[in-house]
Ligand binder design. Structure first.
Ligand code: PLP
Length: 448
């Protein structure tokens, strides 16, 4: 018998397993809304033109070799990735509609920043980079960046508890648990409002506030908190800038350590700076945080596995010691990261024209997703589908958290060959004008 004969068959991954089931279905009308990858209006995967151009540049450069990268990856890539998420290393913040409201104003060493709901300022530059307080290491896309950050924290940080939102991306609990952190959740989504459970009023006990603020408020001092920088997966619900300001205030007052997961920068609003505002708010106050970045979605580099982990520290000296320890985490895991994807990203980020071209292609992807939201909403309205579907147009990013339950999802898969995760999450990027009527018919039948 085999030495592995005792093994039970493991279940499929709840997200990637949707595609496995989809691939087995012979129906010509089948629709895969499970996996979070962008598709064109024709339902095809998209390689950005700017990526093709960057690859051409790389191929034509005969001085390029295939030597190992350093443990921390490509230096240019790391520097430019930090600038992308934290803002330029010099310059003045452009203040849009400045509103001074004392509770939300705070000053960093270089800037006064104020944030309020509808009127806000855009933070475009980063004192932390100017002051060399940021260390960035290239990792294997978003997942790898989260894992390296988690391994580092489990080894060197005094608080091993990480709070993740409820719900969150299905891989988060596993990544953090296997790295040796203890995972707890904080309330995030309110099914009743299909919005953020920020500090909803508990009706059974009138004055008692609950929700996200209460849960973070009662977390032990120093605990790590995982925050989705924008386009929360799976709910598509993000805090407003005013709510971010309150979250920041609370977390800093309790010494909670922010660990941002930035997998969708530019995908939510179509604007790279706007989607980085949550992160920049936490950096502008001078405090510390970690950020995991992915180029899977915003550059369409899914299979190239290119991402970065940054640690913003109090001083340049601490940042360089953190980097030295990150190298000890990375070396025994995979030695050093792959060269191709990071070279593509660095080529695009350092060339003004290519960068500009990228922002246009990125905005086109974001806009197509936003238009799919509107079209699906209109299709349900025109069918008179019972229920309030306005969350479809209110939610942000790649996914809509439809509110469909697992029986309804099973029904739609069985009767309409539509595949999605059992929590009712659909990838808007997998839709097109052609397939929306079929989906709207299926939802209509599922809820009536
Ligand atoms: N974090 C979130 C919230 C995600 O949705 C994803 C991808 O779906 C990732 C991280 C990691 O993706 P990747 O490892 O492909 O960059």
């Amino acid at each position: 018998g085999s030495v592995f004969g005792h093994l039970a068959r493991a279940p499929e991954d709840p997200i990637l397993g949707v595609t496995v089931a989809y691939n087995k279905d012979p129906s010509p009308v089948k629709l895969n809304l499970g996996v979070g990858a962008y598709r064109t209006e024709e339902g095809k995967p998209l390689v950005l033109n700017v990526v093709r151009r960057a690859e051409q540049t790389l191929v034509n450069d005969s001085s390029r070799v295939k030597e190992y990268l350093p443990i921390v990856g490509l230096a240019d890539f790391n520097k430019l990735s930090a600038k992308l998420i934290f803002g330029a290393d010099s310059g003045i913040n452009i203040v849009k509609q400045q509103v001074i409201e004392s509770s939300n104003v705070f000053s960093s060493r270089n800037h006064v920043i104020c944030c309020r709901d509808a009127s806000y300022c855009l933070i475009l530059c980063s004192p932390a980079i100017q002051e060399n307080r940021v260390t960035t290491v290239q990792c294997l896309s978003g997942t790898g960046s989260l894992r390296v950050g988690a391994e580092f924290l489990a080894k060197h940080y005094h608080q091993r508890t990480i709070y993740i939102p409820m719900p969150t991306w299905g891989n988060h609990p596993k990544v953090f648990t296997l790295a040796g952190l203890s995972v707890k959740t904080y309330r995030y989504y309110d099914p009743a409002t299909r919005g953020l459970n920020f500090q909803g009023l508990n009706l059974s006990c009138f004055l008692h506030l609950h929700g996200l603020l209460e849960d973070l408020g009662s977390a032990p001092s120093g605990a790590i908190v995982l925050l989705h920088a924008c386009a929360h997966n799976p709910t598509g619900v993000d805090p407003t800038l005013g709510q971010w300001a309150q979250i920041r205030q609370l977390m800093r007052s309790k010494g909670l350590l922010p660990f941002f997961d930035s997998a969708y920068q530019g995908f939510a609003s179509g604007n790279l700076d706007e989607d980085a505002q949550s992160v920049r708010m936490f950096v502008a106050d001078g405090g510390e945080c970690l950020v995991a970045q992915s180029y899977a979605k915003n550059m369409g580099l899914y299979g190239e596995r290119v991402g970065a982990l940054s640690s913003v520290c109090k001083t340049a000296d601490v940042a360089s010691r953190v980097e030295s320890q990150l190298k000890l985490v990375i070396r025994p895991m995979y030695s050093n990261p792959p060269i191709h994807g990071a070279s593509i990203v660095a080529t695009i980020l350092k060339d003004r024209n290519m960068f500009h071209y990228w922002t246009i292609e990125l905005k086109a992807m974001a806009d197509r997703i936003i238009s799919m939201r509107q079209q699906l909403f209109d299709a349900l309205r025109s069918r008179g589908t019972p229920g309030d579907w306005s969350h479809i147009i209110k939610q942000i990013g790649m996914f809509t958290f439809t509110g469909l339950n697992s029986e309804q999802v099973t029904f739609m898969t069985k009767e309409y060959h539509i595949y999605m995760t059992s929590d009712g999450r659909i990838s808007m990027a997998g839709l097109s004008s052609r397939t929306i009527p079929h989906l709207a018919d299926a939802i209509h039948a599922a809820v009536t």
